[in-house]
Write a protein that binds this ligand. Sequence first.
Ligand code: THU
Length: 138
Amino acid sequence: MTSERLLEEAKKARKKSYSPYSHFAVGAALLTADGDLFTGCNVENASYGATCCAERVALFSAIAAGKTDFRALAVVGGKAGKEPVELCPPCGICRQALSEFCPAEMPVYLCDREGLKAFRFGELLPLTFSTKQLENED
Ligand code: THU
C-alpha cells in the first residue's frame, strides 16, 4: 500500500472521530506486515481522562485481531470538520504504546496543509523505555 493511500485511510477514519469536547478530530491507519489495515479515531469522554487517541484505538484493534507486526502508520488531525493544517504527531502515551510493537525504522506518515511528510518511528521516540533487557538476565 502506498503512503498516500494509507494517509487517505487515516483521513477516512478521522471522519468517525468522537470529539465533542476538544473539537479536534484525529484519524490513524496502521498497516500490518501481512497487508491488513487497522484504523482508529479519537474517542472522547465527558470524564476527559477516559479519552483514547486515534493511534491507540488502531493499535489495540490490531492487537485484539491477533496482529503484532507493523509496517507503517499514518496519522491525520486538526480542527473537526476542517482539512488538516498542521502535522499531528502521536502523543507521548501513544508513542510509548506503539513502541511495544513498532520497529524504529517503521515509517510514520503525517500531513499538514502542504501534504504528506514522512518520518521514522525512531525519530519520534528515541531512547525508548523497554524492559526487554530483563530477558537477558538470570
Ligand atoms: N489525540 C489523538 O487522537 N492523538 C494524538 O496523538 C494526540 C491527541 C486526541 C485526543 C483528544 O481527543 C484530542 O486529540 C485533543 O487532545
